[in-house]
Design a protein. Sequence first.
Length: 249
Amino acid sequence: MQTSPLIGPDAQPLYLRLAERLYDDLRAADGADGARLPSERQLAERYAVSRVTIRAALGELRERGVLVSLPARGWAVAAAPQRRGAGTAGRVMGFADLAAQRGLTTRNQVLVSHVRAATSREAELLRTVAGADLFEMRRLRYLNDLVIAVEHNRLPLAVAPELATTDFGRRSLYEVLRAASPRQQPHYADYSVEARNATDEEREQLEITGPVPILSATQLTFNQEGVPIELTVQAYRGDRYTFRASITD
């Protein structure tokens, strides 16, 4: 594995910059499935960082499915089936894509659509810098004229500058990303779901009048290069939405 200089925005945590550099160097070396990495000590010397930083960067790549840790044997390149996005079961689909697949009609009501500065936390998750231009949007999502969810999207504007001028009352977010130059293909995502009570604002937006729970989903979406491009929080009416997942060994 060849080493290239560790560069990147100073405001980005060092371990994330190192994770990106390690990923780039692995790709350049065309690391085969199962290929062993040098020891943590050797990597720390090679990149001139502490072993704590090395471990954090390796852990980040493990979370992305790029590496696996081998007890008492170090780290290795993950086998293809373990990599996120390697199969259709992990395909990332937008709200409009899922609706079309099921023969349902959709519409959106845009509540907020603007560009603002990214917070430190948003910058960390989206691997940009605090204060960078961030496109933010809130929408009500409808299926067959029934309100299903309120959705909050945040994307670095640099991903697709046309986001700022697109009418998302008519267009699909993922459609715009796929048509961007360079193309931004939603490839895999970290997705978590929790049940909770609706806030007063959500009850009004989702037309909830009784004891209906909310399914709150948080999604961090990565493109075909493994770069995070979208942070989304969705609040679904629990009586109109079912979450399904396939689990494999």
